[in-house]
Design a protein around this ligand. Structure first.
Ligand code: FAD
Length: 501
């Protein structure tokens, strides 16, 4: 039976992407989104003249001639957008004025690291060479993993050969292990703080530095919601609008086949195929009641670590931070306690390089704090205490910044605090994990190999989005949308076609 109609759950970047590619291939699509705007976690919000961004710091594929940029062009995501390529990725300060600066230029980074720790010079030379080699990493193969044949791997082989050395050298090594092996005491502590999550693969760090070095991981001016809205406009131009405030409660299955969805208002909607671009856990265990799983799929959710839940403290400040590093992590003279967790450092980010984020001469600042999901989820039941605790956290963050910037507290005009419970409430992401499964030395292999996007015993149903690729990120989300429609087209006997916006 041929396929005419596709229901997509969620208008995050993965769902919007699937919607656009499905329309490019002539399918009748409906995207159900529980929120009232597009983007999912790729969003920003405006408060009293300040815009606070909740997502994009760097976007792989931002360089117009890069391989990955093609997907963004097809989705109309970046056309006409100014891209900012930072000179510094981030800065980590220690006691006594020492600073590790992750320059985006690999040679500059190498020279700086050698200055900080001359005894590790040979190691840093090797690292710089490998960062440059990794810039040649080819984009994903033309075919999705489900359609790849051994010949596809062979075709990629010549492009992969220069990468064999870096892959062999860094595979299985975490940034924490790398840091621990350095001679300089300050660097030993500072280097792993560049990616402050446990067991972060060194190879993923070097890939990030490679994209930065290649000027292919810039920031699109206008921020995350504008980015998502641009993809939504592409979907509109392709003849469909997102159905907002439409929460999918259940995925309907009949005779081992997905046939549609039931919304929270009880209405039922049928289609030939259902694609869930929503949170993976709620899709499998709530919308489908856990009826279609196997040990491998259950294993993902039982054993893969999640990105730690975070709070986002956003501040609108009547002060110009443009001369400050745009992302600086520094030790606090006076550690503070918030939601039962002690913080002896914070990282401040400002967005002064994007004039749309704050009135002239003022600054939008963001501080992320790792925080306990269960704590906030329980606290939210008592609205008064929840609000009071958020205010306490904001006050502690303001005091911490004031210890570095004299008079800061008096210049704060707007305060906004999002907790792990906010992430769950707004986007459905399981346990408030903002990017799904953590990328670690163990889970990183699934980035290449892919996770199961189809469920056993359920035909005509697919899953896409950040929960299907450890480490999350916008490029995999968009790519999933493309790949799944390519897969559907192939199975439906259609030639997959794309066009640029
Ligand atoms: C703080 C932060 C910084 C980040 N920085 C970067 C960065 O610099 N570069 C980068 O590439 N990536 C970054 N990311 C990651 C990136 O934003 C995500 O991985 C990506 O946007 C995930 O897209 P998605 O469509 O898979 O999921 P989501 O954005 O979670 O979208 C899922 C959508 O489904 C909807 N939904 C859920 N359940 C239902 C339901 N039952 N019914 C209807 N709709 C439903 C949700 O409302 C949501 O809109 C960052 C993320 C965060 C939070």
């Amino acid at each position: 039976m041929g396929i005419d109609s596709i229901i997509i759950i969620g208008a995050g970047v993965a769902g919007l992407s699937a919607g656009c590619y499905a329309r490019m291939n002539g399918y009748d699509t409906t995207i159900f989104e529980m929120h009232d705007k597009p983007g999912g976690v790729c969003t920003s919000w405006t408060r009293e003249g300040y815009t606070f961004d909740g997502c994009i710091h760097w976007l792989v594929g931002s360089r117009p001639d890069s391989e990955y940029n093609r997907i963004w062009r097809e989705l109309g995501a970046l056309q006409g957008r100014t891209i900012v390529d930072h000179e510094e990725f981030c800065r980590v300060e220690g006691e006594g004025g020492k600073a590790l600066v992750i320059y985006t230029d690999a040679d500059r980074l190498g020279a700086h690291l050698k200055q900080l720790s001359p005894r590790d010079s040979a190691l840093f030379d090797r690292m710089v060479c490998d960062i440059k080699a990794l810039t040649a990493m080819p984009a994903a193969p033309e075919n999705p993993p489900e359609l790849r044949r051994p010949l596809d791997g062979l075709k990629m082989l010549p492009g992969m050969l220069p990468l064999a050395g870096p892959f062999m050298r860094w595979r299985g090594k975490s940034i924490q292990e790398f840091g621990a092996g350095l001679s300089d005491e300050f660097l030993r502590d500072a280097f792993p703080r560049v990616f402050e999550v446990p067991d972060f693969p060194m190879l993923a760090a070097l890939m990030t530095f490679a994209w930065m070095h290649a000027r292919d991981a810039g920031y699109p001016v206008g921020g995350s919601l504008e980015f998502s809205r641009a993809i939504e406009r592409r979907y509109l131009d392709l003849g469909r609008a997102v159905s907002y405030k439409s929460r999918v409660e259940k995925i309907l299955a009949e005779g081992g086949r997905a046939v549609g969805v039931m919304l929270a208002d009880g209405s039922e909607h049928r289609a030939d195929v259902v694609v869930s671009a929503a949170d993976g856990h709620s899709t499998i265990f709530d919308m489908l009641d856990g009826r279609f799983t196997d040990p491998e799929i259950r294993g993902y959710y039982a054993t893969f670590p999640l990105f730690p839940a975070i709070m986002q403290v956003s501040l609108g400040v009547d002060a110009d931070f443009s001369d400050e590093p745009h992302m600086v992590n520094f030790p606090l003279k006076k550690p503070f306690l918030a939601a039962g967790k002690a913080y002896d450092r914070i990282a401040i980010q400002h967005y002064c390089y994007d004039p749309t984020m704050a009135p002239e001469g003022k600054s939008a600042l963001v501080v992320y704090l790792e925080s306990d999901f269960d704590y906030w989820k329980a606290l939210r039941k008592d609205r008064k205490r929840y609000k009071a605790e958020k205010e306490e956290v904001a006050a502690a963050v303001i005091a911490a910044i004031a210890s570095r910037h004299r008079g800061f507290a008096g210049k704060v005009e707007v305060v906004d605090v999002a907790t792990p419970a906010t992430y769950e409430r707004y986007t459905g992401n399981w346990r408030g994990s903002f990017e799904g499964f953590l990328i670690t030395t163990r889970t990183s292999k699934y980035m290449l190999k892919g996770m199961k996007r189809e469920l056993p015993g359920l035909e005509r149903f697919y899953m896409i989005g950040q929960w299907l690729s450890p480490g999350g990120g916008l490029p995999p989300a968009a790519q999933h949308g493309r790949e799944i429609i390519q897969l559907i087209c192939t199975r439906d006997g259609r030639t997959f076609t794309t066009s640029e916006a």
